[in-house]
Design a protein around this ligand. Structure first.
Ligand code: NAP
Length: 246
């Protein structure tokens, strides 16, 4: 389904990003695995993709760093000569109530989760415009739609990603490029592993389907949005949240 396509997934060393990378590769795309600190985990994802005959390469950079992103994107275009799919998945949390939230914690989440996507879109879209085609998928969150006490920085970044998605979708539609967001609910990854059982139970009680989702559930939605079948869908937010937001 994605044979001949080149896909970049940011934050693909672990969790949702690694599943998206694996599923895109399983569909035939050559996948560029971006990571920041977890080189060993990124190597494992690459090996797993290669074990089923897929193609993958590793690119380390901090998505919040504009210059590092520019240099890496230039190398990627030079190496592959094309870029068809961009998934902005890299994200962090620095939770705390607004009254106690430090400026540093606010800024770091905005820089990684929102500005990081601006950086990659800025450089990827140039190439996609030349190709007159492309798929951009931004991983937002249910929290960006509904808010969540203790996550002002994260919710602002994820809501910002939705605005960025819709605006970019309008700017790039005439160039054959679609831009969509996925808003996952609670997904079992390192990001949610640290929640106490009490918080997890309270969270599950808000989910009509009654359980946390799996990274594979989000990855399946990303593969669909990256496919030719989704060619008439742009500027949308696809909720993968067990029914939390309807
Ligand atoms: P995770 O398991 O904590 O993995 C985060 C990934 O992002 C890692 O691969 C990490 O790479 C990468 N990353 C973090 N900062 C980076 C940076 N500055 N530059 C490059 N890569 C960076 O998180 P996850 O749960 O899979 O979440 C993935 C995305 O889904 C995030 O955007 C998150 O906000 C969103 N999301 C998650 C949930 C959930 O319940 N889990 C719900 C809604 C939305 P390294 O380890 O190599 O640094």
């Amino acid at each position: 389904m994605l044979k001949g396509k080149i896909a970049l997934v940011t934050g693909a060393s672990r969790g949702i990003g690694s599943e998206i990378a694996k599923k895109l590769a399983a569909q035939g795309a050559a996948v560029i695995i971006n990571f920041n600190g977890s080189r060993d985990r990124a190597e494992e994802v690459k090996k797993e993709i290669e074990s089923f005959g897929g193609a993958a390469s590793l690119y380390q950079w901090d998505v919040s760093n504009y210059k590092a992103c520019e240099a890496s994107m230039q190398s990627i275009i030079k190496e592959y000569g094309q870029l068809d799919i961009l998934v902005n998945n890299a994200g962090i949390t620095r939770d705390g109530l607004l009254m106690k939230m430090s400026e540093e914690d606010f800024d770091s989440v905005i820089s990684t989760n929102l500005k990081g996507a601006f950086h990659t879109i800025r450089f990827a879209s140039r190439q996609m415009i030349r190709q007159k085609s492309g798929r951009i998928i931004n991983i937002s969150s249910v929290v960006g739609v509904a808010g969540n006490a203790g996550q002002a920085n994260y919710a602002a970044a994820k809501a910002g990603l939705i605005g960025l998605t819709k605006t970019t979708a309008k700017e790039l539609a005439s160039r054959g490029i679609t831009v969509n967001a996925i808003a996952p609910g609670f997904i079992s990854t390192d990001m949610t592993a640290g929640l106490s059982d009490k918080v997890k139970e309270a969270a599950a009680a808000q989910i009509p389907l009654g359980m946390f989702g799996r990274p594979e559930d989000v990855a399946a939605a990303a593969v669909f949005l990256a496919s030719d079948d989704a060619g008439y869908i742009t500027g949308q937010v696809l909720h993968v949240d067990g029914g939390m937001v309807m």
